[in-house]
Ligand binder design. Sequence first.
Ligand code: OGA
Ligand code: MN
Length: 316
Amino acid sequence: MRHGDLAFGRAPPHSCPAMTVTIRPLHPSIGAEASGVDIGKPLTPGEAAAIEAGMDRHAVLVFHDQAITDEQQIRFSGYFGALERTAGGNVRKPDEQRLSKEFADVSNLDHTGKLLAQNDRNRMFNLGNTLWHSDSSFRAVPAKFSLLSGRVIPEQGPNTEFADMRAAYDALDDDTKRECENLVCRHSLMYSRGLLGFAEFSDEERAKFAPVRQRLVRRHPVTGRKSLFLASHIGAIEGWPMPEARAFIRDLIEHATQRQFVYAHKWRQNDLVMWDNRQTMHRVRRFKDTKYVRDVRRTTVAGDAPTISQAMEGAA
Ligand code: OGA
Ligand code: MN
């Protein structure tokens, strides 16, 4: 079997003798540190399977001391599925791109490597990452994993926080679970940016950011666990008056991001942090981004189906 063949595969029944991946939990339900793997090198099938199993269980994995190139990040990401193209996820113009099309540039740099100015439109749009969200929930087929590599990390932070949407779902009372069960939400980048008062979009952007439908409760394809599929990208619930929908979503996000559900990651240079967007939300905290360089680069593994096609019947 070639290395890339494990993209959606499960662990082979034998264990590979070279496999050394060790996973140490960082929190009771979400987040673990993975060691014994060099992301810059091709993986054995056993290593790729151990990482995928660690993701299913812990939803966030942290790898320290991974000084990697863009090519190495793309190869590593490819073990877990096909990569998303970033088109449609930002307002950068083609001639403003700093990174190749496999990357979401979540740094505070322009294409020449200079800090983005305070009123730069790309910077203001990227401030949406400080709101709780799940990557690409605004796409019809939302993302599976995100992999964020910390190439230049300022001492001043910021932390990135991850909230466990399985634990948040489990902690709802039965009435609320029943109420959420079959709801369909509409997600758009225009809704999350609108929360920050970023509301001017060209006709082309309005078309590109048209809302998509997602289930509010989804099931993990491997573990079968249910989770709340929340994001600040939600602007409506089908069949509900808008103020009622938005008030309910705010309440759910407040519930789901209580401290007991959250792992806060304090970055070190050359960390690679990988999260499962199907069972978490995340946000980056505010920092002095017009003063200190933060070069973080994200690859994103595409999901395999719209949540809307999932059936919930028979669900416990
Ligand atoms: C992202 C994101 C958080 C950060 O890359 O999807 O939300 O820490 N980034 O920059
Ligand atoms: Mn994100």
